[in-house]
Design a protein around this ligand. Sequence first.
Ligand code: NAD
Ligand code: MG
Length: 496
Amino acid sequence: MSPFEYAPAPESRAVVDIASSYGLYIGGQFVEATGGAPFKTVNPATEEVLAEVSEASADDVDVAVKAARTAYTRVWSRMSGADRGKYLFRIARILQERAREFAVLETLDNGKPIKEARDVDLPLAAAHFFYHAGWADKLDHASLGPNPRPLGVVGQIVPWNFPLLMLAWKIAPALACGNTVVIKPAETTPLTALLFASVCEQAELPPGVVNIVTGAGATGQAIVDHPGIDKLAFTGSTAVGKMIARSIAGTRKKATLELGGKAANIIFDDAPIDQAVEGIVNGIFFNQGHVCCAGSRILVQESIAEELDHRLKRRLATLRVGDPMDKNTDVGAINSRKQLDRIEEMVAVGEAEGAERWDSGCALPTNGFWFRPTVFSGVSQTHRIAQEEIFGPVVSVLTFRTPAEAVAKANNTPYGLSAGIWTEKGSRILWMADQLRAGVVWANTFNKFDPTSPFGGYKESGYGREGGRHGLEAYVTSAGPYGRASEAARPQGGSR
Ligand code: NAD
Ligand code: MG
């Protein structure tokens, strides 16, 4: 089936103003980095250099942590929750007002389709600030224990797949609870975080409450190792998550880790099949499959496997892959050369293991980093493409006969972040959801996010929850009835 012809519908980039180079945002102003060599961030759809960004050294991180500490002790931890909430409401409204500017910049720096940056990343980022603004003056009533108190200075490290949205997931709850932050965006996507500094200024956020340092793994490690950090919040790969857990073992630092996933999207023979196909597309081809909770394994009931295969491939042939700034584009650019290499390597492994590879055959642009929507069938549980995160537009299809077999196969990975169930039977959905070792289970839908709903994993997908009332727990300590803000003061089996 040939796709419809579309006229180009390019979004204008005139709405963003990208500087040629950026410093670090510390203590309410941009300062020059002291040590490291600056690095470039590119547009992965064109390989055009967008800007030069500073690499924060351990000394720069130290200055940022001290700025955060000063803001914490002098201003932010003393402010009433209602007043903190006003700043968060302001930030949320400014993000809404400047949504187009942020969406365009996110698409340029990350490679995701503009329709996703515009309709998913930005509305959700604003929603996270609105939601947590509402909590700021209600923490005493959130079952967080008596007199919940902030932890202090929080170090936050985010990945490149949802740069601004992950920043919002991190900063909004931390600030609502009275903490101050030092945050590091990923090295390939620092620009929306740097633009967020201007939102802090516009909101007149007190200097030092939010500090933004750029750099790669070494800068992240400097945050992890800094003795002035009270809590770490990390989203990224399981390998780095494990290193962080080792680094802070034996210290008083708390941590939440949001790591990878290898989610099963389970299709029963009574599922509405065309809706399930849309759910698969949304599950693994949204954001080029650069999604920790992506539905990267399809488990399909054997009796409908052939039909699903046919309908899925017919649908994938209509996906429009290409210029992320075109409003008709469904699948954008792979975020970096490094990630493209990783996807190509894993796909070669899948073929070598004997799985059958199919791709949509669509034309790809000549410059930039691209990968066609790809389906592997005949995958067995021991294949690496059934066990390891590929983090690209590649899905592995496995079959099952009974619900019990579906559960066993779904749970047979080191991860446990999310799962999807497609069936007409409500009782089966509830039974399955109860058996699946996954932090989020979607029924007859996939990749639905809401700030009110806690998100997080089991097993190697990490620990802690973000979002919802549960997400606040990671950012407070209960001072107990006599006001002593220490763990020891908490009653046994306390209410956190
Ligand atoms: P990564 O874990 O290396 O990067 C995530 C963040 O951690 C970045 O900001 C990075 O600079 C920082 N970082 C790297 N090394 C660090 C260290 N030693 N200490 C502190 N911070 C450090 O991920 P990646 O290399 O960009 O991607 C590799 C794989 O990770 C992907 O293929 C994918 O499977 C997975 N991944 C998962 C997520 C997710 O949302 N869970 C996001 C990105 C990548
Ligand atoms: Mg970039």
